[in-house]
Design a binder for this molecule. Sequence first.
Ligand code: FES
Ligand SMILES: [Fe+2]
Length: 381
Amino acid sequence: MNTDNRPAREAYTTASWLDRERASIFQDAWTFVGTTHDFDESGDYRRVQCGSSSIVAVKDKQGELRAFHNLCRHRGVELLDDDSGNTGGSLVCPYHRWTYGLDGRLRGLPNKATCFPDLDRGSLSLKPAAIGQFKDLVFVNPNPDANFDDWITPLAGKEWPHDLFASDVREAVPLIYDLKCDWKVYVENAIDGYHLAYLHENTLGGPTPDQNIWERAGEHLIWYATEDGIRHRLPKKIRDEAGSVGTIESAKTPGYGGVYHLFPSTLIVPTPYGLSVSTLHPASPGKCRMNVRHWVGPWQSKEERIYIQGFDEKSGIISSDNWTKHPLDTGDFQTEDVWICEKVQRGLESPAYQHGPLSKGAGAEDPIRWFHEVLLSKMGP
Ligand code: FES
Ligand SMILES: [Fe+2]
């Protein structure tokens, strides 16, 4: 069994690997920050953590989206604390009130004449980050020179799930999951075609590995089911039951791409309820946080998602600590996935752990091999 091309067990369990990953992957990775509709007005912003960098995307006065490191150029204070909001016409540091325009330029600072007589404001603009947009989705990258087109172009000609802003789709309450597993464990599960018919027997009910396929698109992966000899976007069982929950008009075309994994940490998943965009953020060794945005059909209450197993009203966070039922009895395939990923992580923590063989096939565990190939190519020696 050749396991040379797989991340070692330590890649899932140690602080040293996570530090390397933050530097080698996330400091130069495209992370989903929001949709174009999050930026209606000038000053509208969203903040996202990209590895060790806090990045802010903001709409400037000319209507352009810009991205900056959320870092005052004086003593390095984080400028914005909230994940979203409106900054008004400028970004003001709460420490000594240095004030930046929405173009990132340092506009003013208190007592400049006496305290900073020689300071060149032009050299102390906010540090830029890169920003890119694809089909209403906005991504940022801490590396200002990162090339968005290189990353996204492989998806350009592919089928795409429904329009987030179609008239029959609306956004539901966003969810936050605290997961007791490394972010890679969650990705590997999401792209594993081998488990669908087994772990999810009572929810997705398939398809089996010979009835689904993942294909590579640059660094990304796209999943289709092939149960009827045509490509479609959801396992058959859900399609059969779709009548009971409704069908989103703008998403029912056969030939749809189903699940998308955008390297490294964005998962776009059509569900019986609509569409979700999830972003995984490493938190500490063996732990990550998943931010999920949902768009649902008109038959579903926008609030309904918050009744998902493990939701804690006080913190607003979903965690296995709060489960009251066995995950396999919840009827929610995402809860089943969380359960299994946390069990995988506990296995990885055992000194007796060794990689077992991965199944062959694009509808089985080949996608995990492909993910590892891209990941390891970026990790360096
Ligand atoms: S740290 Fe921002 S103004 Fe001093
Ligand atoms: Fe799953």
